[in-house]
Design a protein around this ligand. Sequence first.
Ligand SMILES: [Ca+2]
Ligand SMILES: [Ca+2]
Ligand SMILES: [Ca+2]
Ligand SMILES: [Ca+2]
Length: 314
Amino acid sequence: MRKFLYILCFGLLFTTCDDGDVFEVTLDFDDEFKQCGDLVFFKTNASTSESLSIQFGSLDIETILDVGDDFLYEDTFSLGGSNVFNYRSYDNLPADNVLFCNDIPPSNLGIKRDEVSLAGEVFIQTILVEDDNDGIPSELEDENLDGDNDPDTNPTDTDNDGIPNYLDVDDDGDNVLTINELDTENLDGDDDPFTNPLNTDGDSFPNYLDNDDDGDGVATRDEENVIQDLNPANDVTIDTTLNPDGIADYLNDQIATTVIATAFRVHKIRMTYTVTATVSNISLPSITQQTLEFGTLNDSDNTIDDRDGNPVFN
Ligand SMILES: [Ca+2]
Ligand SMILES: [Ca+2]
Ligand SMILES: [Ca+2]
Ligand SMILES: [Ca+2]
């Protein structure tokens, strides 16, 4: 993991760094931080028993994840007053939940050094990226007919369900998920399911873009036994002559049991929020570095989410 190195110079009794009594301390922190409460960003280094934190006087996690239609949140907060940037070192580093966001702060944290910046700014940026997590990179899910290499403009929508392929977990609308129509058994041995995807009927469309995978004239989504549960993959006709290998009917051109589909299965679109913080123009007695990339928020409970795609059945 990438590390940030912060060079500090300490003078005796926190005197200035140019008085001759100077030595350097290297701080070594991960490039990720955590959050809690309303609102504290923090990171710790167990090996050096140090912490960096930013406490905001009026901010919450919901606000910085509210990216709007442009999928972007940006704001700058002045340090000082209720917004506090803090560097601390400890005799022995307490656990994160002891250090931060306690209703009742512990009386003795064993703090050796405690410095607060009364000046500076914190820039927070949140970027939302959506994708279908279907095993195919987004840029490869667009025919790029407009030539701009952006899958979101004039997007390819193979099944015409209103969800562009790069967000569509079932690109051909056959109720078999794309991720299950690729090289699922790694037959080519390259550990990449997208290369050499399945093409059961050998036509010009790989299964994930083919709405009749076995080419038997019945659409895959309609090859269901008895009931239509929006999942052709679980319909296997027992027949030692027509189906000796026990494969699903939608992949067997000798069998075409049919229950017409009337809906698409649920489509989930994954939402990934990347939150970064940069601290600049800080002023602490023993820190000479003015700009500090605080890093990226590591908090999958809040930064990973999904939404329903609501495909239009056609
Ligand atoms: Ca689609
Ligand atoms: Ca897709
Ligand atoms: Ca298919
Ligand atoms: Ca079939």
